[in-house]
Design a protein around this ligand. Structure first.
Ligand code: GLY
Length: 589
């Protein structure tokens, strides 16, 4: 069955592990209740079912690229990469070849691979890069040339297809190239992102050339509006060049030369050599067990795999399904406290494992038991370690994107990809159409100062030459009895980790179908700031009961965007789901 669902309702207790060692490292068919979103669009179902294959993403054109890849003989890896490369055109405020990614692949042979395409800091980067920066940009870790790491997404995509796909990179680029050349209709969500980024983008003629046009009524230069057709001829040329000459054109040829020249002229430090030196890393996935399930997550420099595993280990000490029925407020309290404990560890321990030791003990069951007994049912734990007083903030912006894909041969993919915040560092390398990331902000750019996501961190995540910034991206694949049953991942900075946790808890513990598991209201705690974010849809009484347990509640309209696919081993049916909080589509044959 091929079906598209087009639109969503868019719009310490610091307990440090003692051990130190280096990381090597059922679904059913259900409708999500009809509802409306910040885009005012009614959606009745954010799920789709199929028997042969499935792909889910935030954009119908991108999902179609995956469907086409399957139709052309490709497998789930080909579908995921074609989808990602198309997202890099039609959803390029979230991701693109100027950014980075993590790809988790479970092959039909049963092997699990983690391809690290995270950005690398330029060679000239130092710990004090941002403190010492003499730049015209007021927030240099977020806007302009210093904000960018050397992009890794394209190299990781190419590697995934070459090693695990059946088609080639040329085939994966085709749909994106067509969408760039022929244009696509700007959605309200896309236009809203342009409005958010407008002021910063106006500083960069290369970005204005692509995303702005004279307003038909006033003649003023304004960003494209919803309903208009956006063509990106430079990006189409870039995709064609890569298609003809391979990724070397990007890393050792025309693109890197243009980027190097632009950096030099604009106070950047990234050079052609940095592009030439960029490498993906094959990492050992984080494997953990949760009740009857095997959980595969992405290892550092992602914090996702470690902390998804750590929180699940803590929660395993509680009968969540029973608590959900008999003590709903206790259930949410325990989940929030487990999240808080894990994020406290994240701030202290996590960083690029090629530079710092990340303790393996963080995902040990014995450590989780120690943490679980600290959770009090009637009040919150105090976690005062180094939280700056003004760290509190919430972010309505949504960033990053996730692609889920699976096929009946047993290939499963969880791919999360990003330029970091909306339209990355807000500039385009002129003549290429490529938006560059602002992933340097995921380092501790200014010690003690929260980053764009309100996160603070320690020395382990300090800037250094060639280092990869810590990430929250959490591509995850779940198996039962050796058979994959769930692939899931999300967008939304640190909320990625808690979104993935909610999808897992809701689906595995509470037995919600995946669409419902993703749509259900979420809460999020990231230790710093000291606040429990509750999605606006939580009822007032629940908020009051959590407040009575001393939680400092803040309501949030923005709880990230999650995609997932499940497989029912009894019926042989895949169910794909996109997040009804935004646009999206899940489709398969
Ligand atoms: N840039 C968001 C993340 O990687 O966590």
């Amino acid at each position: 069955m091929l079906k598209f669902c087009l639109m969503g309702w868019s719009v310490g207790v610091l307990c440090f592990a003692a051990t130190t060692s280096v990381w090597g490292v059922q679904s059913s068919l259900v409708s999500v209740p009809p509802t409306t979103s910040d885009l005012g669009v009614l959606v009745e179902n954010a799920e789709s079912t199929s028997r042969k294959n499935m792909v889910a993403s935030v954009h119908p054109l991108a999902t179609q690229a995956g469907v086409d890849a399957f139709a052309n003989g490709g497998n789930a890896i080909d579908a995921a990469i074609a989808t990602a490369l198309t997202l890099g055109v039609v959803d390029n405020f979230n991701s693109g070849i100027g950014g980075g990614c993590f790809i988790l692949i479970r092959t039909a042979k049963g092997e699990v691979y983690a391809i690290d395409g995270r950005e690398m800091a330029p060679s000239a980067a130092t710990q004090d890069l941002f403190r010492d920066a003499k730049t015209r940009f007021s927030n240099p870790s977020q806007t302009g040339p210093l904000a960018s790491g050397v992009p890794g997404a394209l190299k990781a995509y190419a590697q995934a297809v070459a090693q695990h796909g059946r088609l080639d990179l040329r085939a994966s680029l085709k749909k994106g190239m067509e969408a760039a050349e022929g244009g696509f209709q700007v959605t309200e969500a896309y236009a809203a992102k342009l409005r958010i980024a407008k002021k910063a983008m106006l500083q960069f003629p290369g970005a204005v050339n692509v995303f702005f046009r004279p307003d038909p009524k006033t003649g003023l230069i304004e960003p494209y509006r919803a309903g208009e057709i956006l063509k990106q001829s430079d990006l189409a040329k870039t995709y064609r060049k890569i298609s003809q000459e391979g990724t070397d054109w990007f890393y050792r040829g025309g693109f890197s030369e243009l980027a190097g020249q632009w950096m030099e002229a604009n106070g950047g430090i990234m050079t052609v050599n940095d592009f030439a030196k960029y490498k993906t890393v094959n990492r050992k996935p984080v494997r953990s067990e949760y009740r009857d399930f095997e959980i595969y997550g992405f290892p550092p420099p992602s914090s996702g795999g470690v902390h998804v595993a750590q929180v699940l280990n803590i929660l395993e000490q509680f009968d969540l399904a029973e608590m959900y029925q008999s003590d709903r407020v206790g259930f949410y309290h325990v989940v929030a406290e487990a999240m808080k404990l894990a994020f406290a560890d994240r701030a202290f321990w996590l960083g690029d494992p090629d530079y710092v030791d990340v303790p393996l003990g963080l995902i040990e069951k014995s450590y989780a038991k120690e943490l679980a007994v600290k959770i009090k049912m009637d009040s919150v734990l105090t976690t005062d370690h180094n939280i700056p007083p003004n760290a509190a903030t919430d972010f309505f912006e949504r960033h990053t994107t996730h692609v889920a894909a699976a096929d009946s041969e047993g290939n499963w993919v969880a791919l999360t990809t990003t330029v970091n915040t909306t339209f990355g560092a807000k500039y385009v390398i002129p003549g290429t159409g490529v938006i560059m990331n602002n992933q340097m902000d995921d380092f501790v750019a200014f010690p003690g100062k929260p980053n764009a996501f309100g996160l603070i961190g320690g020395e382990n995540n300090a800037v250094a030459s060639g280092k990869r910034p810590l990430s929250s991206m959490s591509p995850t694949i779940v198996l039962r009895d050796g058979q994959p049953v769930l692939t899931v991942g999300a967008a939304g900075g640190p909320k990625i980790i808690t979104e993935v946790l909610w999808a897992i808890i809701n689906h595995l513990d509470l037995e919600m179908p995946i669409g419902e598991a993703i749509a259900a209201p979420r809460l999020h705690h990231q230790w710093a700031p000291k606040q429990l974010l509750l999605e606006a849809t939580f009822d007032k009484k629940m908020a009051e009961q959590l407040t009575a347990k001393q939680h400092q509640i803040k309501r949030s309209r923005s709880m990230g965007i999650c995609q997932g696919i499940t497989f029912d081993t009894k019926t042989g049916i895949f169910t794909g789901a996109f997040d009804p909080r935004t646009t999206g589509s899940a489709a398969g044959e």
